[in-house]
Write a protein that binds this ligand. Structure first.
Ligand code: P6P
Length: 338
């Protein structure tokens, strides 16, 4: 009967969030409504991404379609869908998107307490070759929605209420933390519902995989160089680590979360702050890693302690299994002492 119960006792993401909400009697369901609009956006993008290949095949994506209209690029389309869904939820006051230079301040008549920072389609350069891509988001609470300002989003990642991503790959995986552990949901296309498939995800304490773009090796600083060398030629006779690098953050982080290991996008001489964006790439993934028992480090400090001064600021990032990140922290600490 347990199997039957599992099959008929569907733990959808909506039900999960409502259960979570019951832990906060004071909440008026606003968060559940906000999340349902984020989930709606992800379902739309999942459908559009899955069709993108076909659309390309019949000449839709990125060219004029049969009606002669310029088909919007998928990341622009995804951004519009998320902005419209979040504004119409009536639960947001500020939106920061990778696609928009300026933050969006929601019309005062439609404002809610939440600020959402997001990358609507991270890794979108990989669409045409069918590599997994994803949406990444983080949620802050505004001090006062009627006096919302950029200060409400220029907050350290530890002040986020929730963070998550949706990966559009062989299946559509939605991974979420509301500060009480990490849970993974998989879209059941026949139901159009995300079903809980990975309850209470914990990252292995130590992994066998390192994930970095080795093409940047000539520009790395000492500690990163030493760490990667250690992964490839361990001194203590332990087996060398495997290198896995997709080049799409959501795919590399999802694998790291489930299998363990470390993901690195270090600073280098060309880009002293690395490449990844603090608000909607580094913070949400660092939040999830800590909630899953891992950690996230910038080369100088705990990633979630960083206080951004600009909404599109970048930071180096080392995240993943607790012990693996601990090793690179030690190498950076040695450099400071040296
Ligand atoms: P590189 C994708 O363009 C992205 O923003 C992340 O998804 C990914 O982790 C990173 O850039 C890959 O960058 O320099 O290795 O191609």
């Amino acid at each position: 009967h347990a199997a039957d119960a599992h099959r008929t006792d569907l733990m959808t993401i909506t039900r999960y969030v409502l259960n979570e909400q019951s832990r906060h009697p004071e909440s008026r369901g606003d968060f559940s409504i906000l999340l349902s609009h984020i989930v709606l956006g992800c379902k739309f993008v999942c459908s559009a991404v899955n069709k993108a290949g076909l659309a390309k095949l019949i000449g839709l994506a990125g060219e004029t379609n049969i009606q002669g209209e310029e088909q919007k690029k998928l990341d622009v389309l995804s951004n519009e869908v998320f902005v419209k869904a979040l504004v119409s939820s009536g639960r947001t006051c500020i939106l920061v998107s990778e696609e928009d230079e300026e933050a969006t301040f929601v019309d005062p008549t439609l404002r809610g307490r939440y600020c959402v920072v997001f990358d609507p389609l991270d890794g979108s350069s990989n669409i045409d070759c069918g590599v997994s891509i994803g949406t990444i988001f983080g949620i802050y609470m505004a001090q006062d929605k009627d006096k919302a300002s950029l200060d409400d989003v220029l907050q350290p990642g530890k002040n986020m209420l929730a963070a998550g991503y949706c990966m559009y790959g062989s299946s559509c995986a939605f991974v979420l933390s509301t500060g009480n552990g990490v849970n993974g949901f998989t879209l059941d296309p026949s139901l159009g519902e995300f079903i809980l498939t990975h309850p209470d995800i914990k990252i292995p304490k130590k992994g066998k995989i390192y994930s970095v773009n080795e093409g940047n090796a000539k520009n790395w600083d000492g500690p990163t160089e030493k760490y990667v060398e250690k992964c490839k030629f361990p001194k203590d006779g332990s087996p060398s680590k495997s290198l896995r690098y997709v080049g799409s953050m959501v795919a590399d982080v999802h694998r790291t979360l489930l299998y363990g290991g470390i993901f690195l996008y270090p600073a280098d001489k060309k880009s002293p702050n690395g490449k990844l964006r603090v608000l909607y790439e580094v913070f949400p993934m660092s939040f999830l890693m800590e909630q899953a028992g891992g950690q996230a480090f910038t080369g100088k400090e705990r990633a979630l302690d960083l206080v951004p001064s600009k909404i599109h600021e970048r930071s180096p990032i080392f995240l993943g299994s607790y012990d693996d990140v601990e090793e690179i922290k030690a190498l950076y600490a040695d450099e400071i002492k040296a």
